[in-house]
Design a protein around this ligand. Structure first.
Ligand code: 5GP
Length: 201
């Protein structure tokens, strides 16, 4: 599942909560060249890389997708995603529209794109200021970037307006559980149904 939104609309909290509640899903931890924010830890929010290190990952074909966002490079390391899929797990990606598009193009039948919108611009701005993680200048940059991100809302399969976290989270669970029940995601179904049909009445 790919979740995008403007910064501050709640996609990170929503996606991390889903991964915490559902053992069937793991979170893809991205690599980035941006500096850690206060409270962020290596390997938990991101793998923090220098630009040469990141470029070496691109060269080495280690990234499933990558994009430049607000002057920094962000990308999804391939290894953990492939290992999780191999183990039959679902993967949650908290990435921007460029990354979501690249992954959906590679895996059109197996990606679900969700866009999280804020209930209002004032709300988004308030949330970013309340986080107190960034300077005013950086917040303004992130808001401007958020407007550009929102213009891609229509490329997504589902849209959640995050007015109330619990409600938005319930919507996210509904999407996940419904998508999980699609026959294409349950290869055990054909033999199971065959067994049902083979049983004598
Ligand atoms: P932030 O710096 O606020 O953590 O993230 C900035 C933007 O980069 C967010 O929209 C976030 O979803 C996006 N992002 C994070 N990781 C990746 C990634 O691996 N690939 C892409 N394309 N975007 C990412």
């Amino acid at each position: 599942m790919l979740v995008s939104s403007p910064a501050g609309a709640g996609k990170t909290s929503l996606s991390r909560r889903l991964v915490a509640d559902y053992g069937s899903m793991i979170l893809s931890i991205s690599a980035t060249t941006r500096a850690p924010r206060p409270g962020e830890e290596e390997g938990r929010e991101y793998f923090f890389k220098t630009r040469p290190e990141f470029e070496a990952m691109i060269e080495g074909g280690e990234l499933l997708e990558w994009a430049e966002v607000n002057g920094h490079l962000y990308g999804t390391p391939k290894g953990p995603v492939l290992a999780a899929l191999e183990a039959g797990k679902d993967v949650m990606f908290d990435i921007d529209w460029q990354g979501a598009r690249q992954i959906a193009e590679k895996q059109p039948d197996d990606s679900v794109r969700i866009f999280v919108l804020p209930p209002s611009w004032a709300d988004l701005s308030r949330r970013l200021h309340a986080r107190a993680q960034d300077s005013i200048q950086v917040i303004n940059q992130r808001l401007a970037l958020g407007k550009r991100e929102i213009t891609h809302w229509n490329e997504y399969d589902y849209v959640i307006v995050n007015k109330d976290f619990d409600r938005a989270y319930a919507d996210l669970i509904h999407i996940y559980r419904s998508e999980r029940m699609k026959p294409v995601r349950n290869p055990w179904l054909p033999p199971f149904v065959q067994d049902l049909l083979d049983e004598k009445i």
